[in-house]
Design a protein around this ligand. Structure first.
Ligand SMILES: Nc1nc2c(c(=O)[nH]1)N[C@H]1C(S)=C(S)[C@@H](COP(=O)(O)O)O[C@H]1N2
Ligand SMILES: [Mo]
Length: 310
């Protein structure tokens, strides 16, 4: 079973760049120890999970406090208020857990969480997460590039997209009794977006196994897209030839596009996307194209009309 085993430091203690760096190093240390300690002993023998690589794409920014990251959430399976997931998500059973990978792959297979934890060295990635509702956070995630899983299943030549499906069980997820979305929660990426090294298969944050309200035990984080693309508590991954229909796109095709790249120049029909409120800060800041990751990802969309493909 998973137990919260690593201490956390209040992010409010960060007062300078130096402290921030010290803290980062400490988090990296406990991340390795904490996650390794969670493995059943027969799996931890000889495994190098204690190494948490400082990552290539990590952004040196002030982290959003742990309390905000874990108490201000969107996870409609547990209610539509930001406070609801932290209050209600304890009914989610996160172990045992498997992800079934199927569709246009040469090697369809079922991954249990123990295997996912050791599929690749765990890295800490500090990513900005920009919600479509015009707020944002900076979160130290733990995981590895989703391409590591793609390699294992060997997509066929027909695979053009990847669909992600979250758990559907109203007993564990009472918010699913509310037809606010067409359950289960579904999201999708183009295969090249899914292959991009920034796309993170995420197993932890702040050096700990993911809290349930943040999408335990496994979610995706796609930092250049609006937060709703980053599906939580994933049980199925399907490689497809046709573009999958995301839950949010199904509920409002004019409001939530398939691409959903963060774009200050394309407003949501009901509000501006030009600025965002960083949770914990007072003044709004300008939203950056691709959430600040344009250098890494803009070539994925070369020649595309991003007003049309919003
Ligand atoms: N299954 C599922 N995944 C989801 C959501 C959801 O309601 N259900 N909300 C999305 C939205 S809108 C955002 S902004 C992020 C929030 O992630 P966080 O709560 O870890 O910050 O999760 C995304 N993933
Ligand atoms: Mo969101």
């Amino acid at each position: 079973m998973y137990h919260k085993s690593s201490p956390t430091i209040a992010a409010s203690e960060i007062t300078s760049r130096e402290l921030f760096e010290q803290r980062r190093q400490f988090i990296q240390l406990i991340a390795g120890l904490g996650l390794a300690a969670l493995l059943p002993s027969e799996l931890s023998a000889g495994e190098k999970l204690t190494i948490v690589k400082p990552a290539l794409y990590t952004q040196p920014e002030t982290l959003t406090p742990y309390e905000d990251v874990t108490q201000y959430n969107n996870f409609y399976e547990f209610g539509t208020d930001k406070e609801a997931p932290a209050k209600n998500a304890d009914t989610l059973i996160t172990h045992p857990w498997t992800i079934t990978v199927e569709g246009e792959v040469h090697k369809p297979q079922v991954f249990d969480i123990e295997r996912l934890l050791k599929l690749a060295p765990l890295e800490e990635r500090v990513y900005r997460l920009r919600c479509v509702e015009a707020w944002s956070m900076v979160i130290p995630w733990v995981g590895y590039s989703f391409s590591e899983l793609i390699k294992q299943v060997e997509p066929t030549g027909n695979a053009k997209f990847v669909e992600f499906v979250s758990l559907h069980d109203p007993k564990q997820m009472p918010g699913q009794l509310n037809p606010v979305l067409n359950w289960p929660y579904r999201e999708g990426l183009r295969l090249d977006e899914a292959m991009h090294p920034l796309t993170l298969l995420t197993l932890g944050l702040y050096g700990e196994v993911l809290p349930k309200q943040n999408g335990a035990p496994v979610r995706l984080v796609i930092p250049w897209k609006y937060g709703f693309k980053s599906a939580k508590s994933i049980v199925k991954i399907r490689f497809t030839e046709k573009q999958p229909i995301s839950s949010w796109t199904a509920s409002g095709p004019n409001e939530y596009g398939f691409y959903a790249n963060v774009n200050p120049a394309v407003d949501h029909p009901r509000w501006s996307q030009a600025k965002e409120r960083r949770i914990g800060e007072f003044l709004k800041r300008k939203t950056l194209p691709f959430n600040g990751y344009a250098e890494q990802v803009s070539q994925l969309y070369a020649g595309m009309d991003l007003q049309k493909n919003f």
